[in-house]
Design a protein around this ligand. Sequence first.
Ligand SMILES: [Zn+2]
Length: 232
Amino acid sequence: MNSFGRGSSRAEDRFEAWLKQKHQERVLSGQTEPPGPCPDEAFLSDLSRRSKSISLSDPRIDHAANCPNCMNRLQVIRQIRSSERKRLALGLSAVCLFVACGLIGWFGYQNHHRQMVATAVPVSKTVDLWNTGTYRGEQPNPLQSVVLPSAPVRLTIVLPRFSSPGQYLVAVTRDERGNGVVAEGIASAISNGGQEKVSVELDLRSAKAGAYFLSTTHEQDQAAYYYPLQIK
Ligand SMILES: [Zn+2]
């Protein structure tokens, strides 16, 4: 069974050399006229492939080796087969390239995804408002300003003295009236050593550096307390 591949191509080359040699022997012996009629295309095709179904003693081989017409046809058949092999090789390379690109893309995505996950790990920040005065929707006094990075933040707030237990809505807003919410989160306050602490995750990646407000709103109180905040 001869199909494509270098091995069969080399076998064909050897066979062609053998045919030429047979032809030369015949010419040297003075017999230039090919014996018998030209064989059909199927036989020549088998011959070009050096099919095992053809016996080397077949008189049609002797003819083909000495018939310029048959040698030409053999040449054409070989050229067609060679170009088919090239096309197939090209097709295979294209498939390989496609698979390689797919793999590169996949690993690139995985890597990118891992980096995204890595950068999405929040920065832990604690804001101590224990001794901070609070104000309801009023212009805040120039108190200690909270500074947070423009990143995902796990923010723990030590709530001001006398704060109630329960759930709190924590938000970062553009102004002290709660407009332009940049990020917010809800969590229950946890009592610890007489202090109420609330911990929320705030994604501040979209926030440009500048002045903001940090607000805390108790679930029952509903009035928000605002503290000046800097994002850097
Ligand atoms: Zn012929």
